[in-house]
Design a binder for this molecule. Sequence first.
Ligand code: TYD
Ligand code: MG
Length: 434
Amino acid sequence: MGKCPACGEWNTLVEKPVVTGPAKRQLSASVPGASHKPVPLGEVELSGEDRVPLGSAEMDRLLGGGIVKGSLVLIGGEPGIGKSTLSLQIPLMRPSLKTLYVTGEESVRQVKMRAERLGGDLSNCYIYSETLMDNIIAEAQEVAPDLMVVDSVQTMYCQSVESTAGSVSQIKETAAVLLRFAKETGIPVILIGHITKEGSIAGPKILEHIVDVVLQFEGENKGPYRVLRSIKNRFGSTSELAVFEMTGTGLREVENPSEMLIPMHEDGLSGTAISAMLDGTRPFLFEVQALVSSAVYGTAQRSATGFDVRRLNMLLAVLERRAGFKLSQKDVFLNMAGGLKVTDPSCDLAVVVAVLSSNFDYSIPKDVCFAGEVGLSGEIRPVSQAERRVREAARLGFKRIFLSSYTRLDQKVEGIEVTKVADIPALVRSLFRG
Ligand code: TYD
Ligand code: MG
């Protein structure tokens, strides 16, 4: 309002924030270690032992050294990918951890059957088949476990909310109740959530800001490999990645992912290139596959599995405009080995090489790998932590790695030759020379 309705004057109204009720106070008081007054950061005391190791080396690394007490961890993924298996395996492999496994999807017997298949110690794992949150919280307080698993958020409901289980408001309320429970009791909670292929809106996406940690399970349903990726972590770094293999007796940790992501096929196949990747802290190598063929129909098709199609289109445009390769009339298919989803731009170089290799039917020697980002003017940009990638490549027996000219390497790595290239034409000259 510009004019005061009481005195009739203009521009005399002033905006003031209104503090309503003690609601905010109550909320913050429920966080353990919450202070009621602001304190200098330097005076805040840290207690060392607030992480519980889960006994799975890969999970612990992903979480930043074990699950933090009182934290809420969301494991998301498509149905059938292995979320229930993974979260049941944790207590079975680490019986010293008293675990309450709440399932809203399977009967107690079904879980038992699965547990027997997985093997391990069943003695300290409590199964509870229930979907009403109020009951779950009550039982959890009674059992007082060291770890609680709730499978899945879509099946739980709270009486305080009227809508059906699986609706947005139920999902939010369930997560909020569990978060409060975790913070109040200090019990870490693993919450499982389904995501459909389209990344369903009424799914874990709406929870990402509520929970402390988000781990996402990815991988082709039919292939044996599963990648668990940390998307958000309030207590550690993200973009960490753990690889599992689904076997007849549950998920097996793959300690060295390069072993599975590097192909077993013969030398001399065109259209493939090995990329030296880095996920968070761990370098690993994997294969990029491309197939380029003349377009049958008028418009060329572009499709990519595990890689952003828009980025592929950009790389193809760069190849066309900056290096003169005629690709606009060609179909281009791209695939990342092992059902991996790649977002790291350092994989650009391998994509470009795989495309060119397929286009010219020229195979890249088996012991050569690549790491570099490709810019719009065709320049090849340096990647982070190049030295670690070079070391990993050398360790796996690679003899040559292509990097950007602008990469700084402080130390020479034995047994591997580093070839530095400034742009696409330079890459082509040194790769397809002769
Ligand atoms: P599951 O953990 O039930 O998936 P989610 O909870 O994410 O929906 O995993 C189910 C799939 O895993 C199912 O297709 C069968 C397979 N599986 C195995 O191959 N081996 C096993 O030991 C187990 C328990 C499951
Ligand atoms: Mg399940």
